[in-house]
Design a protein around this ligand. Structure first.
Ligand code: ATP
Ligand code: MG
Length: 299
């Protein structure tokens, strides 16, 4: 990108209201082990990656909470074929406390056929899920006060886990400002689609300018090869270095792999359904590189 990409989408341009929310959130502490998975463009694989990363970390023995933070179109529960009775919607309406809305996920159908059974004698290593909704409507209508309450509760919960992974909606939602203020690290998922690259830069710019202390890494998804992934990362990195004087790191690359769609169709996580696939291997590598960097506690 020779010229700075024009940020046209309202979702990507921060409004005065967003500024205000960020201001309000400034006093909240950042939670080291709270990792958000975001993107500029939608449909790049955030939800699938959040689930697979959670499972990869859990299989190493870490305690993981996966939060469906896509408040408008929550679908972690769909990809995992879960029918949670309690969810973030029931928390927001005051029916249950955040801690009581957690649903354990044990690896899903077919877990015993996978690498998990190869670890005979060891426990099935699942993770906990905070689902977005269970047919009780979307969470789009949450106000800032409700979001702030969720953040406080999430902060308390995070000490019980090694990693809290939050699957975000695409782009920068001004409602989510308090959450960004608390996030320790953001993984930006990008594909080689030029609009995905441009939008990843726009998202990155929003983060860097609003939250200068946040750790930001790039994950290239659906790459045709490692070389192609480097090229995609290079495009984001060059624009960021040139216009923002900020160099995001490449955390890892995930290849385009038909096993991913197959696992999603079966509503089973990839490491359960196709543990030997290339994409599974790619995500395990990313999880391994992430592990030592997620100490618990506040920053
Ligand atoms: N590595 C991959 N290889 C092949 N297909 C993939 C890969 N990653 C994701 N996909 C495909 O991309 C689709 C979209 O994935 P997903 O729903 O996780 O995206 P998303 O970024 O969460 O979307 P949204 O922005 O709508 O929340 C999946 O249904 C899957 O088929
Ligand atoms: Mg999603």
């Amino acid at each position: 990108m020779n010229e700075e990409p024009i940020l046209t989408s309202p979702a990507k341009v921060l409004s005065a209201r967003g500024n205000h929310a960020a201001e309000e959130a400034r006093n909240l502490p950042r939670i080291r082990n709270l990792i958000a998975v975001g993107s500029g463009k939608g449909g790049v694989g955030k939800t699938w990656f959040s689930i697979t990363l959670s499972q990869a970390l859990a299989l190493t023995g870490d305690r993981v909470l996966l939060v469906d933070g896509d408040l408008g179109l929550a679908n972690v529960d769909v990809q995992l074929a879960m029918g949670p009775e309690r969810d973030l919607a029931s928390v927001v309406t005051g029916r249950v406390k955040l801690a009581d809305a957690i649903t354990p996920f044990d690896g899903g159908a077919g877990a015993m056929d996978s690498e998990i059974s190869a670890n005979a004698g060891r426990q099935l290593r699942g993770f906990d899920v905070l689902a977005g909704r269970s047919g009780s409507g979307t969470l789009d209508g949450m106000n800032r006060k409700q979001i702030a309450l969720l953040c406080t509760e999430l902060c308390k919960l995070s000490v019980l886990y090694d990693h809290v992974i939050v699957d975000l909606a695409a782009g920068m939602n001004t409602h989510m400002m308090p959450i960004f203020q608390q996030i320790g690290r953001v993984l930006i998922v990008v594909t080689d689609d030029p609009t995905s690259i441009t939008d990843a830069y726009a998202f990155l710019k929003s983060l860097v300018t609003r939250f200068p202390n946040i750790d930001i890494d790039i994950v290239v998804n659906r790459a045709e090869s490692d070389k192609a992934a480097e090229k995609t990362y290079g495009a984001v990195k060059r624009a960021s270095e040139h216009f923002l004087q900020f160099c995001p790191q490449l955390l890892g690359a995930i290849h385009n792999d038909k096993s991913v769609a197959s696992a999603i169709r079966a509503q089973a996580p990839l490491l359960t359904r196709h543990p030997q696939s290339v994409a599974a291997d790619n995500v395990r590598k990313i999880a391994a590189s992430l592990r030592p960097k997620s100490p618990r506690g506040l920053i």
